[in-house]
Design a protein around this ligand. Structure first.
Ligand code: S3P
Length: 436
């Protein structure tokens, strides 16, 4: 396991293009393989998780051609899937594990096995097994809810499903199953979550409608997608934004970042805490409309003093992967920073409530875990020390940013974990420090 030290930084300065969006890359590749005509994807993320998706699609019969400036996927359409003899290895990719079964569930008479790394084996799949089971497919999971699991495809029927948790992964799984089901599929979310699947479906000519919190789709004979342009990943950019806010005297310009409203919760939280973030962010969506595009903007940022804030349950899905950063910002803010209604964090690549609380406490933070979040008391800074990434990419990057903003520096154990979503992270930080 690699160790990396991050020393206190003078300031971060300069311009960067954020890495391609992981969520949209996964979806673009999946829809590419479901399309009967070739689909060209520009700016596909070249990282551990999204490469697992390409490998999985190859096993299912798609031809994936990686060209220098684009990715071309040639699939066999919605119902022409090869059955692999080996288990499909999703690696560390929770999104692949939750989305792919939606499509495979509709392959009547075929059986698939999915497995992944040690972290994946503790992430529940009962949340997709339930709706897919109601449509007619069957999942046999380890201990009833974990990978490895066997999926028996079927002729899927219609479904009207109320999501028990606001999860874009589960929503997307049901919508993908809806593409190959016979009958209308409606999925209702308790509160909005990222809507990349819906936007891509609309672009692919699927009849998809939003009715308040419900999204309804009907099956189609084929998708009509030709090209997808993947924007920069706001979740990856968020680590640079946090570093820029926490290291005094920093000034950053991040280019071509996706600024879809359902992904930008962290920016709104950061602004509430006093950060100055300038960009052309998407306004809240009209509940009756599904946009076809993913908005992109440059983001300009200046460091400044922070105040504590409270993040409530309805904001959680809009900033789910950035909540560890909210905890870090809270250490530097005046007063208390509280996150509630985020029990989902316990089911991510690590138990992110325990990992963030123990990790930051080890660096000198005053932070308490609650059942569904955490409470941080700002002390104006962090001492530093050692942080174990626990195999979790976002923990590794959290430790690095904490180091730059700390008084004594931070050593991150397992920094290589960052490569599943942002392989160039350390190099990008170096560039911003070098330009200082
Ligand atoms: C994702 C949705 C989120 C997020 C994950 C990616 C997606 O998970 O944490 O990193 O691409 O749909 P949940 O929807 O399960 O909360």
């Amino acid at each position: 396991m690699s160790r990396a030290r991050f020393e206190p930084a003078a300031h971060l300065r300069g311009e960067l293009v954020a890495p391609p969006d992981k969520s949209i890359s996964h979806r673009a590749a999946l829809l590419g393989a479901m399309n009967s005509e070739p689909v060209r994807i520009h700016n596909y993320l070249d990282a551990g998780d999204t490469n697992s998706t390409l490998e999985a699609l190859r096993m299912l019969g798609a031809i994936v051609e990686v060209r220098p400036d684009e990715l071309v996927i040639r699939g066999g359409g919605l119902r022409d899937v090869e059955t692999p003899h080996e288990p499909i290895d999703v690696g560390n990719a929770g999104t692949l594990m939750r989305l792919l079964p939606g499509w495979l569930a509709g392959q009547d008479g075929s059986t698939f096995t999915l497995d992944g790394d040690a972290s994946i084996r503790r992430r529940p799949v009962d949340r997709i097994a339930e709706p897919l089971g109601m449509m007619g497919a069957r999942i046999e999971a380890t201990d009833g809810r974990f990978p490895p699991f066997i999926l028996h495809g079927a002729r899927l029927g219609s479904l009207d499903y109320e999501l028990p948790v606001a999860s874009a992964q589960v929503k997307s799984c049901v919508l993908l199953a809806g593409l190959v089901a016979y009958g209308e599929v409606t999925v209702t979310e308790p509160t909005p979550s990222r809507d990349h699947t819906e936007r891509l479906f609309a672009r692919a000519g699927v009849s998809i409608e939003r009715r308040g919190r419900a999204i309804a789709i009907s099956n189609v004979d084929e998708l009509e997608l030709d090209e997808v342009q993947v924007p920069g990943d706001l979740s990856s950019a968020a680590f640079l934004l946090a570093a820029g806010v926490l290291v005094p005297g920093s000034r950053l310009l991040l280019r071509d970042v996706g600024v879809n409203w359902t992904r930008a919760g962290f920016v709104r939280i950061l602004e509430r805490m006093g950060g100055v973030v300038v960009g052309d962010f998407e306004p809240p969506p009209d509940p009756g409309v599904i946009p076809r595009e993913e908005p992109v903007s440059d983001i300009d940022l200046r460091a400044g003093p922070l105040v504590g804030t409270t993040v409530e349950a309805d904001e959680v899905p809009l900033a789910i992967d950035e909540l560890p950063l909210v905890a870090l910002l809270g250490c530097f803010a005046e007063g208390e920073t509280i996150v509630r209604g985020a029990a989902e964090l316990r089911l991510k690549e690590s138990d992110r409530i325990t990992a963030v609380v123990e990790g930051l406490r080890g660096l000198g933070a005053e932070i308490e875990a609650t059942e569904d979040g955490f409470a941080v008391t700002g002390t104006g800074g962090l001492e530093g020390g050692l942080l174990d990434a626990r195999g979790d990419h976002r923990l590794a990057m959290l430790g690095a940013v904490a180091g730059l903003a700390s008084r004594e520096g931070v050593e991150v154990v397992g920094m290589e974990a960052a490569a599943v979503s942002y392989p160039g992270f350390t190099a990008d930080l170096g560039r911003l420090l070098g330009a200082a």
